[in-house]
Design a binder for this molecule. Sequence first.
Ligand code: CA
Length: 232
Amino acid sequence: MPTILLIEDERTFAETLRYNLEREGYAVLIADDGVVGLELARREQPNLIVLDIMLPRLDGFSICRILRQESDIPIMMLTARYDEVDRIAGLELGADDYIGKPFSLGEFLARVRAILRRSERQPRQVDREVLAAGALKIDTSSRRAWRESSELTLPQKEFDLLTCLIRNQGIVLSRDLLLERVWGTDFAGDSRTVDVHIRWLREKIELDPARPRYIQTVRGVGYRFEAPEEQP
Ligand code: CA
C-alpha cells in the first residue's frame, strides 16, 4: 500500500484529502508544519509527498530543495491556482507536479495516481554514476568494479571503501572518517578494520600490493587515493 505524506497546515483541508486518499487505498500521514514534515519524509520514506508552500517554521520550497538533495521521492506541490511564479519555482526545485488551490478532488486523485504509476513504472534511482581512476572503473548504481577490462569481485564493504576513496581522490582520509563513512557511526569495530579492508582491496586493485600506487598510506593519519597516470 503506497504511503502519502501530506505536509499541509490547514487541518480541515488536510483531513479532507486524507479521507479521500484512504478511500482509494493509500496510507496517509499528515504533518502540519514544515519541520515535522521534513522529519517525517526522512523517517518514513513515503511514496509521494504532497507539499503546501506556506507552512509554519519551514516553507515548502525549502523542504523541496532539501529533499531533492537527499532522495527521489516524488513531490507534488500545492500552489495558488494562478500563481505561475510558485509553479515555476516549484518545478525548478525538482517538484514532480503541482496542483493549484482550490482544486477538485477528482483532479487531485487523478494526479496522485498518475505520479505513483509513473514512479512505479520507472523506479526512480540515482543517476548512473561511473567513476574512473587510472585503470579502475566503478559503477555505483550496479555496484560493479573493473580493473582494465576485468571485473573485480568486491564484497560490499570493500566496494564502499573504494567508492569513498575514489570520490575523495587526492585527499587524506583518516581511519576514523573512513570507518564512519563506510561502516556507519554505530559500528562497534575499530580503525584496524579499515586497515584490514585496505589490505584486501590492495590485493585486488594494485599490480604490486606491497608497493601500492592507488591507495597510499599516510603515516599516522590514514589513506589517500591517487590515480596513477599510467600503470606499468
Ligand atoms: Ca499553508
